[in-house]
Every structure is written in structure tokens, then in C-alpha cells.
Design a protein around this ligand. Structure first.
Ligand code: TIU
Length: 222
């Protein structure tokens, strides 16, 4: 068994049953002209965590442990995008509209792809998801069962939207979840801080949190 120095207390894991899930590190959330900016956000906060996310991915790859990537995206005909999502608010560009990086949040478009620095390696699982949570309308649950995964390390964006939603989905499905504090980011620093606090409150009611360095250290000794 391995152990990671974490809050609110040590996170125990078995190296045979732990995986990393990197949530939605896509151009659409990190680059000007994408979905994140269309919603009025400053996307430069997201690119700042790329080195930390890369360090965490490298630690899993070096340990020979699974790395799973997710992408929030929709089919070109938008048949998997409910009107409630498509028509929400007053973005400068809606899902499916043509932007400078291609159609917003559409599978296969340049802007929808994962950032080059964090691109999946051949053989790593990539989950395309139409919702904020990665379990909803995807094969993720079945894939994790087949792999025998019981503990999940989370990184990616945004902390309070797709990361937190997926952690809560996973927690309810019986996974022990830990969030890499410096490998996740929000457009709103106060939302990131609140999410980290609420995840680990009440004796890890949703899960644990720890910096990338502590997670990498735990993997090395497992
Ligand atoms: N807008 C926002 O904060 N996030 C999303 O729309 N998707 C993800 O978090 N990936």
C-alpha cells in the first residue's frame, strides 16, 4: 500500500488500483477565442497550471500507472447538447459556433483539442463527455471497473465545474478521490479555494487534496 501526505489526513492507495484523471485541459478553456473566453473569462489563469499538470502526468507515466484524459465536447450535429446547455446565458460565441480555433466545443475541432504540452500518449484513454461530470453519458465507469481502479487522482479545469462535478460523481460511486491542488484552476480564485475547502471538510466528505509534489512523492514510494 502507498500513502500520500494530504488533507484532511493521509490518502492510502494501492498502486494496482490508482489512476490519474486529467479533466478538460483543452484549448477551448485555456486559449483566447475558445469557450472559456466566450463566457467572459480570463483564460490566462488556466495556462499557468500547465507545468504542474505536466509534472503530475509525468509522475504517473514514470511509475507506469494509468493516465486518463477527458474532453468536454459535442457531436457536430449537437445531438448530444441539450438546449438548456446550448442556450444558456449570453456568451459571445455559443457551442457549435465558428470561432478563431474552429467550432466551439465540437469534437475534432482544433480548439476542442487538449493542449499540446499535455497531449495524450498513444494507449492512454481519452473520454469525450457532453456534460460537466465525466461519468454522465460516457463509458468511464465501465472502463474503470474493467481496469480495477479504486482510487482516483484529479487534475484539470475548472476546479468548481467539471473537476468538482466528476469528483462528486466518483465519490458516490465508491472511489477514493484526491485533488491535486496546484494542478487545477478556476477562472475565479475564490471558487477554487472554496472547492478545495469543501471537498476535504467534514473528514474528507468528497475527498482529499494535496500538492503535486506530495502525490509524486507518494507514488515513488508505493
Ligand atoms: N465554465 C467553466 O468554468 N467550466 C466549464 O464550462 N467546463 C469545465 O469546467 N471543463
Amino acid at each position: 500500500m502507498g500513502s500520500i501526505v494530504a488533507e484532511p489526513f493521509a490518502f492510502s492507495f494501492d498502486r494496482k488500483s490508482i489512476a490519474l484523471i486529467v479533466i478538460d485541459m483543452q484549448r477551448d478553456f485555456a486559449m483566447p477565442g475558445g469557450f472559456g473566453e466566450s463566457l467572459g473569462n480570463d483564460v490566462s489563469r488556466i495556462t499557468a497550471i500547465v507545468p504542474a499538470v505536466r509534472a503530475l502526468i509525468d509522475a504517473f507515466r514514470a511509475a507506469g500507472l494509468p493516465v486518463i484524459h477527458t474532453m468536454e465536447c459535442h457531436r457536430p450535429d449537437l445531438s448530444d447538447c441539450p438546449p438548456a446547455k446550448l442556450n444558456r446565458g449570453t456568451p459571445s460565441l455559443r457551442i457549435g459556433d465558428k470561432g478563431p480555433m474552429g467550432r466551439i466545443l465540437i469534437a475534432g475541432e482544433h480548439g476542442t483539442a487538449i493542449l499540446d504540452e499535455l497531449a495524450p500518449m498513444v494507449g492512454e484513454i481519452v473520454i469525450e463527455k457532453p456534460g460537466k461530470g465525466a461519468f454522465y453519458a460516457t463509458p468511464l465507469g465501465e472502463i474503470l471497473k474493467q481496469m480495477g481502479i479504486r482510487q482516483l487522482v484529479f487534475a484539470g479545469v475548472t476546479t468548481e465545474v467539471c473537476v468538482q462535478t466528476t469528483m462528486r460523481e466518483a465519490n458516490d460511486r465508491g472511489y477514493d478521490c484526491i485533488l491535486a491542488e496546484d494542478a487545477t484552476e478556476s477562472y475565479f480564485p475564490e471558487f477554487k479555494a472554496a472547492t478545495i475547502a469543501m471537498i476535504r471538510a467534514q473528514g474528507a466528505i468528497v475527498g482529499w487534496t494535496a500538492p503535486v509534489s506530495a502525490i509524486a512523492e507518494g507514488l515513488t514510494h508505493a
